[in-house]
Design a protein around this ligand. Structure first.
Ligand SMILES: [Zn+2]
Length: 401
């Protein structure tokens, strides 16, 4: 039996009590002042529209989400096609309060504590404390959980094998004619991915016979701010096929990963492309546009090809450490503004919202683009697909207006 810590909240008992009190959805919505639209409640189920993930892009039917209480547990999920939002009472509360999912698969750490305190107040009929609102950052992912975590450049590693990988890019293929069909099609569909820019960003196709964990991947080097490689990471060239298969199968199996990272690398501590940004960006340009932060390496590379300096978080959310680094970069290169340019899809927009909040605590921040720009022309787009004309005539103009 574990010892109960001071301040321990018996969440199971509270959930049970809430279910007994009834009107679970109405009461959570009332607690946070959120409109739910019409609820359809029968003896054992409540159905409602999804105003969460899928409801952001289009209104869902008013029965998309099903919430059921069985025994002492209340569970819910959205049945709208493609929406994977689901959880328990605490997750529902988190969505209603913050309008975004918890940081991990389940609530942990500070997020858990915050929602547990809200649940206690709700069950006891107390108003919610305002204190919790300042805690609305997702808890640390693995990257930041370990306060002592850091990344060592491969060249300084104690591990001989790691040191031997410093020049892995000597094995990269940058000529599409010599790539596997999948790699060639990956590169051909990205016109900015020229041999010259591959060399600059130290990325390319690593052939199957390269004798590395990343063989058969399109591999990127992640350098520190000085340009020393911290790690190599690979783009899974079967991702699109695997992901389609995964979606068809429902959400029971594990979602395939787009990128393969080496164990022990803490990507939440660094910004991708910072070295190139530092060597190429000039203060006047950055003052104009702010420090542009994007999701992925290809976004950085395409923008660089357009003459636009940018860095990536390699995620669709930002960690505390990355937010600190972005704010520092913004102060160093401009008047302290970061421009968030995440993908204009559902997940990107959710992540951008969270990122803006986190950066606003540190520096000036704005959206570099939104779905409403140019009558929705950029809806569902990623920075890696922006053409020179689009950048010049539409995005840059709006950004610096
Ligand atoms: Zn949904």
């Amino acid at each position: 039996m574990t010892e109960r810590k001071r301040g321990y909240i018996d969440v199971d008992a509270l959930q049970e009590e809430l279910a007994e009190q009834g009107d679970v959805v109405e009461r959570i919505a009332g607690f946070y002042g959120v409109e739910t639209g019409q609820l359809h409640t029968t003896a054992n189920e409540t159905r409602m529209a999804c105003q969460f993930a899928c409801g952001k892009t289009e209104a869902t039917g008013d029965r998309a989400i099903s919430l059921k209480t069985r025994g002492d547990a209340t569970l819910w999920r959205c049945f709208h096609y493609g929406c994977t939002v689901r959880g328990n009472v605490l997750t529902l509360m988190h969505w209603m309060k913050h309008d975004r999912p918890p940081a991990g698969d389940r609530l942990q750490g500070r997020e858990f504590k915050e929602m547990a305190e809200d649940l206690k107040a709700l069950v006891r009929g107390e108003p919610r404390t305002t204190k919790a609102e300042s805690h609305n950052e997702p808890t640390s992912t693995k990257d930041t959980a370990d306060k002592s975590a850091f990344n060592i450049p491969l060249k300084d590693s104690e591990n001989e094998r790691a040191r031997s990988l410093v020049n892995l890019d000597e094995k990269f293929v940058t000529d599409v004619a010599e790539m596997s069909p999948q790699a060639a099609s990956y590169v051909r569909s990205r016109p900015y991915m020229t041999p010259e820019i591959m060399q600059k960003f130290r990325c390319g196709y690593l052939p199957q016979d390269a004798g590395s964990l990343l063989r058969g991947h399109f591999v990127y080097g992640w350098a520190d701010q000085h340009g020393d490689i911290l790690t190599w990471f690979g783009r899974n060239l079967n991702y699109e096929t695997q992901h389609r298969k995964w979606r068809r199968a429902g959400d029971s199996s594990k979602e395939p990963n787009k990128f393969k990272f080496v164990k022990g690398f803490h990507r939440g501590l660094v910004l991708y492309g910072e070295n190139v940004f530092r060597s190429e960006a000039n203060a006047e340009q950055v003052r104009d546009m702010g420090v542009i932060v994007v999701e992925g390496p290809n976004d950085v590379i395409n923008l660089n090809a357009l003459g636009v300096p940018a860095v990536a978080v390699c995620s669709n959310t930002v960690t505390e450490k990355q937010a600190d680094k972005l704010a520092a970069l913004a102060c160093e290169f401009s008047n302290g503004t970061v421009s968030v340019m995440f993908d204009l899809d559902r997940q990107g927009e959710n992540g951008a919202g969270q990122t803006v909040l986190k950066l606003a605590q540190r520096c000036c921040v704005r959206y570099a683009w939104t779905t409403s720009l140019s009558d929705g022309r950029f809806s569902d787009r990623q920075p890696e697909s922006v053409t020179p004309e689009e950048w010049e005539k539409l995005i840059y103009t709006a950004l610096t207006a």
